[in-house]
Write a protein that binds this ligand. Sequence first.
Ligand code: PCA
Length: 213
Amino acid sequence: MKVLVTGFQPFGKDTMNPSYEAVKLLPDEIMGAQIVKEEIPVVFRKGGEAVQAAVRREQPDIVLLVGQAGGRTAMNVERVAINCEDCPPNFPDNDGNTPQGEKIYADGPDAYFATVPIKAMTQKMVDNGVPAVISNTAGTYVCNDLMYHLLHQLHNEFPNARGGFIHVPYATIQNYPKFASMTIEQMAKGLQLCIEASIENQNDIDAASGATH
Ligand code: PCA
């Protein structure tokens, strides 16, 4: 079995991105599965195309994309990617793009759900002391764009492969004292648990993990 795990380059005012720092700490093998790591540019479309190229090259069974979501308070396992690129005000991507409510694929469905077992992943992290929650929005910036590109490709070209996205909070070392943070090591532990849960659970577990808002 092969697992492709990606993290992002730094973006905005940040000089490091904890997503790729955590990915780098993962071992090269988990439960007998080979772990392949890739760093992705924070650019609409270009990032998604880099993931798609890595999937074609590596032919992984599972793809886990990881990004930073500063301000979130735990590992966020994303449920859904939407067919929308909508940049926040004054926040271009790393190539200066600022799409305003455009579709990612003109003929694509409105949304794709993650195909990794999001409840099993969240539960396994919580059971092992890593704060984690299911998130019902990956935003409309490059992370959502990446997740949609991946799930669109898997749906059309690799229906037996499974994919998903994890948002991590700020890393403690980034020193945003007014926001929640985790250490890079704790994030890497969470990612390892997510990979294990994906390998262990071909189908998701039954668990009440919805949200009222
Ligand atoms: N986080 C951004 C893009 C890159 C990253 O690490 C996002 O949440 O869209």
